[in-house]
Write a protein that binds this ligand. Structure first.
Ligand code: HEM
Length: 372
């Protein structure tokens, strides 16, 4: 499909699919023509509207950049590198908790708790509430979506209940920090100014909620995907055990071949062309990152996992102004967790009962039994 028709019209869903690497990249590089603001397409949902006020992933310039700037400083590779000791400590504690067992669930015991503890600590919310956060992530991003590309009213009602619980929880947290600021990111956002104005509580809810949800569920997928990939390629595993300096390159390749978030959505603001096809204004485009990441025009032997592949300009963190702000953190967490896992477990083997997410929504495991 990607080869014969890199940009295709889908009659059934009344939307476009963009499969090719250059085509997906071109769309992501032009936020003026291809908007991230999908609010007009979704059935109304007041709790979600409140959440959307500060959630800059669904915003276009110039507001997007103003809000993004408020947190971008907290996620530079240099600042994130300071988290290394804490990430290593949490990883060790999680692996110590399963020591002596012959098998454990990599997702429940490591890949989920690690990133959620790290992002919760950054935001100043109690990591002990992580089961509740997981419920929100499942409700917002999970496999309970209908067989449609965009959610319908029933689904939005269900999402509304999730978002209401999240909004209430985060509003309490924000009010507590307004009263007594600490050194966490929530307090930084409360004190921050955009064009001389402070963010209101509702904007901060969207901001903190976005970081909390985006900040863990995708990294969970990456960690699970790494173990699945290494389990299937014992040569690569042996090479990385012998020389862990190859890990960052290998992890980029895991991100490419198992794209955690396979699809992004954009909306055309004007008549335009994509890959030579005329696309009118007001149309939905599904940008298949997972397909673009295997485009032979960009990657030689694109279907092959090559842990030494360089350069590797995969699109798993997006491209352009919305490029994942948490990429340095996700990369660091994945590197430290995988290194520790390889050190602590001289052998591991993935069991037969792996639970996978719906691959149209998320690529990765929801449960991953590992024998050690
Ligand atoms: C944006 C993927 C980890 C926070 C994005 C986008 C992708 C992505 C594809 C672009 C969305 C778009 O263009 O519409 C991933 C993957 C991760 C990961 C695959 C892990 C392997 C994280 C982490 C954080 C985070 C750890 C938080 C600290 C964000 C935020 C945005 C974003 C806030 C919105 C940026 C913007 O709109 O300017 N991510 N992400 N992500 N990500 Fe990540």
């Amino acid at each position: 499909m990607r080869r014969s028709e890199p940009v295709a019209w889908d009659q059934e869903f009344g939307a476009w699919h963009v499969f090719g690497y250059p085509e997906v990249t071109a769309v992501l590089a032009d936020p003026g023509t291809f908007s991230s603001d999908l609010s007009g397409l979704l059935p109304p949902q007041k709790d979600l509207e409140l959440f959307a006020k500060g959630s800059f992933v669904g915003m276009d310039p110039p507001r997007h950049l103003k809000l993004r700037r408020l947190v971008s400083k907290a996620f530079t590779p240099r600042i994130v590198a300071e988290l290394e000791p804490r990430i290593t400590q949490v990883t060790r504690e999680l692996l110590d908790a399963v020591r002596g067992r012959s098998a454990f669930d990599l997702v429940a015991d490591l890949a989920y708790p690690l990133p959620v503890i790290v992002i919760a600590e950054l935001l100043g919310v109690p990591a002990a509430d992580r089961d509740r956060f997981r419920g929100w992530a499942d409700g917002l991003l999970g496999d309970n979506r209908p067989e449609r590309l965009l959610p319908d009213q029933d689904h939005m009602n269900a999402v509304g209940a999730t978002v209401r619980d999240m909004n209430d929880y985060l509003l309490d947290h924000i009010r507590a920090r307004r009263a007594v600021p600490t050194a966490d990111l929530t307090s930084t956002l409360i004190a921050a100014e955009v064009d001389g104005e402070r963010l209101d509580d509702e904007e901060i809810v969207g901001f903190v909620g976005l970081l909390l949800i985006a900040g863990h569920i995708t990294t969970t997928l990456l960690l699970g995907n790494t173990v699945l990939t290494l389990d299937a390629d014992q040569d690569a595993t042996a090479a990385l055990r012998a020389d862990p300096t190859g890990l960052p390159t290998a992890l980029e390749e895991v991100l490419r071949v198992r794209t955690p978030f396979p699809r992004l959505v954009r909306l055309t603001t004007a008549d335009t062309t994509v890959g030579g096809r005329d696309v009118p204004a007001g149309q939905v485009l599904n940008l298949w990152l997972a397909s673009a990441n295997r485009d032979e025009r960009q990657f030689a032997e694109a279907d092959r996992f090559d842990p030494t592949r360089t350069p590797n300009q995969h699109l798993s963190f997006g491209h352009g102004i919305h490029f994942c702000i948490g990429a340095p953190l996700a990369r660091l967490e994945a590197r430290l967790a995988t290194r520790t896992l390889l050190e602590d477990c001289p052998e591991f083997a993935v069991g037969p009962d792996v639970g996978l997410h719906d691959a149209r929504i998320m690529t990765g495991a929801r449960s991953l039994p590992v024998a050690v």
